[in-house]
Each structure stands twice: as C-alpha cells, then as structure tokens.
Design a protein around this ligand. Structure first.
Ligand SMILES: Cc1cc2nc3c(=O)[nH]c(=O)nc-3n(C[C@H](O)[C@H](O)[C@H](O)COP(=O)(O)O)c2cc1C
Length: 370
C-alpha cells in the first residue's frame, strides 16, 4: 500500500498521498443551487492533510443542470456557500477542485431558465432521465446549439472559473465524461454537426479545448484538470472509433500542462460496476498513458490493492475513489491502517439529509482490521 502514501506534485500543490475523492453528485443542495451547511460538514469530514477532493458536478451555467439538488457556480450568489466548504477543507490541510459540469441533453425543460428544450451538439434521439420535482423522468428532447451559443458557453466556463477562484477553490476540473455536454461533442454518436465543432476529431475536440483554455485564462493551466471516460457508454454514448478519438484528445491535452487528466475506466457504468466489461484490466489508463505524459488520475472500481498496483505499474499517478469515499469519510486513514472499509448504501446516494451523507462512522475502536 506504500505506493499510495508517497508525496506528489499536482500543479503548484504538493499532495501527501495519492488518494483522491472522486466527484460525487449527492443531490442535497438548496433551491437555487446553493450548497448547504451539511455539505460543509460532508466535505470537511472527507478532507485530509495533503489530500485532493473533487467536488460533485457543479452546474457552470444556467440550463446546464439536469438533476434537482445539484449545486451551482453559475451565479455570484452561490459563491458564499462554496466559501464555507473550501475554508473547511483548507482548515484540514486539504485541497479542493470544483467540477464544472454542463449536462447538455441529459436535462429537462424544468431545469431550463425559459422552460425550453435542453441543448446538445445535435438533436439526436436520446433515451435518458433527468431528476425533477416529479422524480426521475425522461429527459426533454434536446435542440442543437447554435455556433454563437457555444461561444457564449465558453465565456460561461471562464466566468464559472472566476467564481470558483472567488470561492477559494484550488482549481477546477472540466467535466468531459459520462455522456454530458462536452462528451456529447467528442463522440460522433451524439455529434452530427457540420460547423467547426463537428465532423473531424479536431473539430469534435474543439469545445473541450476551448473550455479548458477559458478556465486556464483565469486560474492558470496548472490548476485545471479534465475528466474523460474513454469507451464509456453511460448516457447513451457511442463513437465510431473511440480509440482514435480518445488518443487524439489525450495528445491534444498533453500539450497543455494541465494539473491532471482524470480517466474513468469503462469497467464502471456511471455509478455502478459494469458487469459486461473486464473487471481487472484498466484499459483507459493503459491506452492514454502512451499519449499523455502529465499526471493521470485513474478512477472506476478500484480497491486499495488495485490502486496501489496501478501506481506501481506506472499507468496512473493518483487514484480517485467514489463509492468507497461515500461510506468511508476517513478513507486515506483507513487505507493506511489497512482497516476494513465500510459498505455503502446505494439508497441514500441521492437526495435526503444526514442519513448516508454525514453519518458514516470514522475509524474507531470498533473498526476491524482487514
Ligand atoms: C452517487 C454517485 C454520484 C456520482 N456523481 C458524479 C459526478 O457528479 N461527476 C462525475 O464525474 N462522476 C460522478 N460519479 C462517478 C464517480 O466519480 C466514479 O467515476 C464512479 O463512482 C466509479 O468510481 P468508484 O468505483 O470508486 O465508485 C458518481 C458516482 C456515484 C456513485
């Protein structure tokens, strides 16, 4: 396990260990996308000396949300809520990046400012669900963004990053994974455009690269991370040649000197283990490592043992844990102590209050050695 407990530089920061908290939507925010005081406690519980937390997906522009209870960074009014969270994490010596999220077609007219259609690269039929006041219901059919609207969204990435800086975040992670807007632009199953944002690999990657540049213009490239899910099928995603696409994306991102590239292994499907994919081989990291020389965070179905192995093998530098971090607020300490990990309860992943959010116990006298 010692490979997980060696220091590493992430952008300008020195981390004391390699265990990252993955972005985890918990759908517990107040009306208006305001993070709550309970969220302050939740993130503070999971902060550790020299450890990196990535926030849950945070909608970066009005209309970019698809799930009731997601917090936002689309409005100056939300900054005050985030300030409390970043201060609590910093007080414990931790680092925190905000995950900038736009869901694109995975939305519903209820979440659109004008009650209109969600936006996407193209109006391609899509059978997904959004979470609204009426529960999980089918997404409203999306309309294709006009070219000028993409330019406006790139400005919105810059503005969201300005708010993230004002809120005290150490960096931002641009969410380009799991079938949301930027992933919809990358993959040709959802991108049928004929303008500068569709067609060739170069064109389909343009929106992501411009969003990254916009964020970096505010905070510096070494404080921007990017999350991608090569070969991920969650959200109805498909590409005619995923290997060529994600190789191209990695090669372009490699030129930028990002804080990190965050890869989700296809052995998870969104928030579940993907039974149809190989459970052992980290194909995403293995592919991308050949084309990306900067820091790689691998995520998706890792145990403490397989996390140490991928770092020892050199295919990743850090490992993000999702579900284990939900039920083990002190995950780095537990892994270091080789203690048993507490089981998570899927029923309380989304929505609600303390139960399944801030009430998972810390390692204590009752913890059993594994
Ligand atoms: C409850 C829950 C919410 C999630 N929300 C997000 C999210 O907001 N953004 C994101 O990129 N991934 C999200 N994911 C995916 C996780 O970041 C991670 O990739 C996935 O859980 C696989 O890692 P694990 O096997 O360690 O749980 C979520 C997963 C879960 C379980």
């Amino acid at each position: 396990m010692s490979a997980l407990f060696t220091p590493i530089k992430v952008g300008p920061f020195t981390m004391q260990h390699r265990i990252v908290m993955a972005p985890l939507s918990r759908l517990r925010s107040d009306v208006g996308g305001m993070p709550t005081d309970l969220a302050v406690e939740y993130y503070s519980q999971r902060a550790s000396e020299g450890g990196l937390l990535v926030t849950e997906g945070v909608y970066m522009a009005e209309g970019g949300n698809g799930y009731l209870g997601v917090p936002g960074i689309s409005d100056d009014g939300q900054i005050a809520g985030w300030k409390k969270i970043t201060a609590a994490v910093h007080a414990k010596g931790g680092l925190i990046f905000a995950q900038l999220w736009h869901v694109g077609r995975v939305s519903h007219s209820d979440h659109q400012p004008d009650g209109g259609a969600p936006v996407a690269p193209s109006a391609v039929p899509y059978e997904g669900v959004a979470f609204t006041k009426d529960g999980w219901i089918p997404s409203t059919p999306a309309r294709a963004l006009e070219t000028g609207e993409i330019e406006a969204l790139i400005v919105a990435y810059r503005k969201a990053t300005e708010r993230a800086v004002a809120a005290g975040f150490d960096g931002v992670e641009v969410h380009s994974a799991n079938g949301y807007l930027l992933d919809q632009f990358l993959q040709d199953g959802s991108n049928k455009r004929s303008d500068a944002y569709g067609g060739s690999l170069e064109n389909r990657s343009r929106f992501l690269l411009e969003a990254v540049e916009a964020a970096a213009s505010v905070i510096g490239m070494d404080r921007v991370g990017v999350r991608i899910s090569p070969s991920g099928e969650f959200g109805g995603m498909a590409d005619s040649d995923p290997q060529a696409l994600f190789t191209h994306v990695a090669q372009q991102l490699d030129k930028l000197n990002l804080a990190y590239l965050h890869l989700i292994e296809p052995r998870v499907f969104g928030n579940e283990t993907n039974e149809s994919k190989d459970q052992k081989i980290p194909v995403a990291a293995q592919l991308i490592r050949k084309h990306y020389k900067g820091l790689i965070i691998a995520a998706g179905g890792f145990t403490p043992e397989s996390a140490a192995q991928i770092i020892e093998a050199g295919d990743a530098d850090l490992v993000a844990f999702g579900r284990h971090f939900i039920s083990n607020p002190d995950l780095p300490a537990r892994i270091r102590a080789k203690a048993q990990l507490a089981a998570y309860n899927r029923d309380t992943f989304y929505g609600g209050q303390e139960a399944g959010y801030t009430d998972y116990p810390f390692l204590g006298a009752n913890a059993k050695a594994a």
